[in-house]
Every structure is written in C-alpha cells, then in structure tokens.
Write a protein that binds this ligand. Structure first.
Ligand SMILES: Cc1cc2nc3c(=O)[nH]c(=O)nc-3n(C[C@H](O)[C@H](O)[C@H](O)COP(=O)(O)OP(=O)(O)OC[C@H]3O[C@@H](n4cnc5c(N)ncnc54)[C@H](O)[C@@H]3O)c2cc1C
Length: 128
C-alpha cells in the first residue's frame, strides 16, 4: 500500500463517502465544497418572456424551499392563465408581483439563516 500522506480531514471524508469516490476525495482530487450563491430578480416578466424557478430566484439552501417555490411559480402561472384565458398580458401582470415577492422573501430569509448559522448574527426583526 503506497503512503499517500492523506491529511486527516480528507481521510474522514473518504471514510464517510467510501468506495472509489472516497479515494478521489482522499487524494484531494475532488473537493466537496460548493460555492453557495443566491439571487432574486426584481422582474419575472418582459412582454411574453418570463423567468421562473431557479432562473428567477435562488434562495440559500438553508430555506429548503427552492423546489416548492419553483412549483408555486408554475402552478400559480397556470391559474393566472386560466383566469384570464383571453388576456395573457393581464394574466402575466397579475402573476408577477406576488411571485417576485415570494422569491425576495425567501432570498432575505436564506440570508438571515446563513448569517445566523455562520456568524451568529440575529435577524433584524429579532434584534433587541
Ligand atoms: C445539490 C442540490 C441540492 C438541492 N437540494 C434541495 C432541497 O433539499 N430542497 C429544495 O427545495 N431544493 C433543493 N435544491 C434546489 C432545487 O433543485 C431547485 O431549486 C429546483 O430544481 C429548481 O427547479 P427549476 O425547474 O427552476 O430548475 P431545474 O430543476 O434545474 O430544471 C431546469 C431544467 O432545464 C433544463 N435545461 C437547461 N438548459 C436547457 C436548454 N437550453 N434547453 C432545454 N432544457 C434546458 C435542465 O436540464 C433542467 O432539466 C437543490 C439543488 C442542488 C443543486
């Protein structure tokens, strides 16, 4: 067995992951870290072009709400188009504002959770 000089941190990763994938982590050939980005668009509609799901807003993973947000975007879009079958522009206009607000509130919520978990900062509404 060759001496791979594996640092303890990498060895722990290899133990948890196991198998040939674990070997890649142990040799530091794969890094499990992933950059976390967030996003909230101020607009989701431009004429007949629209953004929804991750294309419109990405809250941080701590919210565990991205998939339900994407589903909400889609389901409410269907309802809006059914409500105004002869006026898609009106349907999109009515649909957009609440969905932008949903994306923005999850974006803010995810940042608050992240600040709390990583930096022990209290959310503004809890500050005393
Ligand atoms: C590692 C990881 C873990 C996650 N865990 C969670 C979780 O626990 N809970 C949670 O709520 N969310 C989680 N998410 C986020 C969740 O997966 C996304 O928020 C959700 O899938 C967004 O749905 P979407 O339809 O907007 O995009 P996607 O699910 O990404 O769908 C976009 C689709 O478009 C296709 N596509 C891309 N470009 C083109 C093209 N040019 N032409 C045709 N098709 C194209 C893609 O192949 C894909 O199928 C996680 C994401 C990642 C990466």
């Amino acid at each position: 067995m060759p001496d791979l000089n594996i640092p303890p941190q990498s060895a722990r990763r290899a133990l948890v992951i196991g198998g040939s994938l674990g070997g890649l982590f142990a040799g530091n050939l794969l890094q499990p870290e992933q950059a976390i980005r967030d996003l909230a668009m101020a607009r989701m509609v431009d004429r007949r072009v629209l953004l929804l799901g991750d294309a419109a807003a990405i809250p941080r993973p701590h919210t565990a709400a991205s998939t339900s947000k994407a589903a909400s975007n889609a389901l409410t879009l269907v309802r809006a188009l059914e409500r105004f079958p002869n006026d898609p522009d009106k349907a999109l206009a009515r649909w957009e504002a609440p969905q932008v607000a949903l994306g923005r509130s999850l974006y803010d919520h995810g940042r608050e959770i992240g600040d709390h978990l990583l930096f022990h900062r209290r959310p503004a509404h809890c500050a005393s």
